[in-house]
Design a protein around this ligand. Structure first.
Ligand SMILES: [Zn+2]
Ligand SMILES: [Zn+2]
Length: 417
């Protein structure tokens, strides 16, 4: 075993697997770029207060955050989630509203490693600040939904809920509290004690006891004020217009105070139920204020890359490419031709490689086979003298002689007739 290994709960992503990541990020950037979202790169660590402010009552912040003190005595935390950093950045720079951002970044959680969850995992996400128009909720949900389609997932379920706002939620929480108080003994061990402090967490609890005990609990969607009800209706109508199916899930809560109104989650039924969430988000109209900024509504989502790729594996879609090059140049005349030819092929847009170190024809062909290339371009002394190359299939099939100046065009035709 080597002396150093990636720390527990982390992993290396190597080629060719990493090529899926490249493609995923490129598809995502293209997809959200077309809707006016721009890349935001924010620090991987923040003042610990940024995250404490937004999630005091959550496990993510209470138990799972990587905190550190730097040599200057600052209390910092590695980002456990994406939204707070982006909102902090907006407050600091006050970019024009609406502010539409996308990001791809590692998140850090000190938790027991499980399938698709790592101590360093990666998220793709967007945040849109500056309007509480429900049409923006529709846009955000639709962008996530489109990404799943882009990568070929066909079995994705969208769950939708509204958490109300400062007008209607306090009354609802009272109802829920008294309901839970009555059945407190039936709750799971964790929630028997703490249920009344944060009753929404009980709805979120996946343990059978809590699920049973809250089956008939009052639902936020039945107690929305007029404004929230209208907002929620407009979101549903918009999704309907776009042909995006959804199920209302009254148990879908995000346990943070700043979450308001629309909340949603995408699930991949192809994955095990406890770990089938492949993305989610919601509206957080109170977050900017909680972080010391002006009242600024916002909404966003995050998609965990590792979990998403597990869902792709489960549906056998969006595979890692097996090989990284299409053409392999074999030069037995010392390598000078290979220098020129691979360069010319790459300039022409052809994925091509060669071997190094002046090896024999036989050993160069071995490397060519391993590379997975479709075609070999072969130059020996005779070809070199005449300014030509032999182009031959590495998967059986014929060989042709081609003048070097026409080589790139010929190869491109053979690869993609
Ligand atoms: Zn529970
Ligand atoms: Zn309301």
């Amino acid at each position: 075993m080597p002396e150093f290994q990636a720390p527990v709960g982390t992993r290396d992503v190597l080629p060719p697997e990493s090529a899926r990541w490249e493609r995923l990020v490129a598809l995502f950037a293209d997809r959200v770029g077309r809707a006016g979202y721009g890349l935001v790169i924010s620090p991987m660590f923040e003042d610990v207060g940024v995250f404490e402010r937004v999630g005091e009552s959550t496990d993510v912040v209470r138990k799972e955050m990587y905190e550190l003190e730097d040599k200057g005595g600052r209390r910092l935390a590695l980002r456990p989630e994406g939204t707070a950093s982006i909102v902090r950045a907006w407050i600091q720079h006050r970019s024009t509203l609406p502010f539409k951002a996308w990001y791809v970044a590692p998140n850090f959680r000190y938790e027991r490693p499980q399938a698709g969850r790592y101590r360093q995992h990666h998220q793709l996400g967007i945040e849109a600040l500056g309007t509480d128009d429900p049409d923006l909720d529709v846009e955000v949900v639709a962008l996530a939904s489109s990404l799943y389609r882009d990568i070929g997932l066909s079995r994705v379920r969208l769950l939708l809920n509204s958490l109300g706002d400062g007008t209607c939620r306090p009354g609802y929480l009272e109802l829920l509290r008294s309901y839970l108080e009555e059945g407190q003994e039936q709750l799971c061990d964790e929630h028997k004690a703490g249920a009344l402090d944060n009753p929404l967490r009980v709805l979120d609890c996946k343990r059978p006891a809590c699920v049973r005990a809250t089956a008939d609990a009052p639902r936020m969607v039945d107690h929305l004020c007029d404004e929230c009800a209208a907002h929620f209706a407009r979101v549903q109508a918009g999704l309907g217009t776009l042909g995006i199916g959804f199920d209302i899930e009254p148990r879908l809560v995000r346990g943070l105070d700043y979450y308001t109104r629309t909340t949603f989650e995408f699930q991949a039924p192809a994955l095990e139920a406890a770990q089938n969430g492949i993305g989610g988000g919601g509206r957080y109209d109170g977050l900017a204020e909680a972080l010391g900024g002006p009242p600024t509504p916002g909404i966003g989502f995050g998609i965990g890359v590792e979990r998403l790729l597990l869902a792709c594996d489960a549906e056998s879609v969006f595979p890692a490419p097996e090989f990284l090059v299409d053409v392999f140049v074999v030069d037995t005349t010392g390598g000078e031709v290979a220098v020129r030819v691979t360069h010319a092929l790459r300039e022409a847009g052809v994925r091509s490689d060669r071997s190094f170190g002046d090896r024999s024809m036989k050993s160069q062909f071995k490397v060519a086979d391993r590379s997975g290339a479709d075609l070999a371009v072969v130059v020996g002394p005779d070809e070199r003298a005449r300014g030509v190359a032999k182009v031959q299939s590495l998967r059986g099939g014929g060989e042709e002689e081609v003048e070097l100046e026409h080589l790139a065009a010929h190869v491109k035709r053979r690869l993609r007739p």
